[in-house]
Design a protein around this ligand. Structure first.
Ligand code: CUA
Length: 320
């Protein structure tokens, strides 16, 4: 159902978000009208009609008490359960969602597609395909908002947040920053372009010679930062072998176990001393200030792609 004065519905989730929104608004209007209406009616009907009029004693009414407790309970539970179902759908991107990387920065959106193609304040996406944005910020809090898709998520410095949608209509839609982030906050806007799948492929390929796929950029960084000096899979390596670690549990020196996810890898690059892997000395220097958020994402994508069976990284820097 289309709500008047609201943006058009251009994603799979827009209809269900609007439906629950309309339901909550309708219930609110109904009860507001009922309560204020009754206040007015009762004020007239039960007004004091003569100076010596004394009202009758009230003895309570269990049936009435139960009714006005149970009905609101049922109504609020429908909002809660319905809202939770929609929220779960919204919060869990489908496994096959295509990933696009977003870095917020005062005052622009920097976007990179897995093929390496970049854009600023514009986001091109294919129609009828789930897309997951992996987002972080280089400075302060921002928030990524596409009204026509009914999706919005905070973009937070120092961590990753994600947002997914599946566009259902071709066209261009507004993109806003919706978290006050400084002087030019209101100018931190852009456009989301929904293309047909063929047009999206064509768009990705234009100027593709200049693009380096994200994991390949990560691999190049891995080399130039000399990561392989220690993280080679040879025996006696100074750093843990990274092949196949993504998503796996890692035993730390303090006895605890963590999962090797984006957050863990990011922290290991910036604050390696915080989570030292069992069996290794805390030798790794911090790369804080040497890699920006985009580069950290690229390194993570490279490490993600390392299979257990990947060729061992060269044993020393001289061979790189
Ligand atoms: Cu970025 Cu407001």
């Amino acid at each position: 159902m289309k709500i008047p004065f609201s943006p058009e519905q251009a994603s799979t989730i827009a209809g269900s978000i609007d439906a629950i929104y309309l339901y909550i608004v309708a219930v609110t209007i109904f009860f507001t009208a009922l309560i204020y209406g009754l206040v007015a009616v009762f004020a007239v009907q039960y007004r004091r009609k003569s100076p010596d009029e004394v009202p009758g004693a009230i003895h309570g009414h269990n049936g009435l008490e139960i009714t006005w407790t149970v009905i609101p309970l049922i109504i609020s539970m429908t909002m809660f359960i319905w809202g939770t179902v929609v929220f779960f759908h919204y919060a869990r991107p489908p496994k096959d969602a295509q990933e696009i990387f977003v870095v917020g920065k005062q005052w622009m959106w920097k976007i990179q597609h897995p093929s390496g193609k970049r854009e600023i304040n514009e986001l091109h996406v294919p129609i009828n395909k789930p897309v997951r944005l992996k987002m972080t910020s280089e400075d302060v809090l921002h928030s990524f908002y596409i009204p026509a898709f009914r999706v919005k998520m905070d973009v937070i410095p120092g961590r990753y947040s994600s947002l997914w949608f599946e566009a259902t209509r071709l066209g261009s839609y507004h993109l806003f920053c919706t978290e006050y982030c400084g002087t030019q906050h209101s100018g931190m806007i852009g456009k989301v372009h929904v293309l047909s799948q063929e047009d999206y492929q064509k768009w990705l390929e234009t100027g593709s010679a200049a693009n380096t796929p994200v994991p390949v950029s990560g691999q190049e960084l891995f080399k130039t930062l000399n990561c392989a000096t220690c993280h080679n899979s040879g025996s006696g390596a100074l750093g843990p072998n990274l092949n196949g670690i993504y998503g796996k549990p890692v035993q730390l020196a303090d006895g605890s176990t963590v999962t090797a996810d984006d957050k863990y890898i990011r922290r290991s690059i910036l604050k390696p001393a915080d989570q030292v892997v069992a069996g290794y000395a805390a030798l790794m220097p911090s790369y804080q200030g040497q890699v920006n958020e985009e580069q950290i994402m690229q390194l993570i994508e490279y490490i993600k792609g390392l299979k257990e069976t990947s060729a061992p990284a060269p044993a020393s820097a001289t061979e790189v």
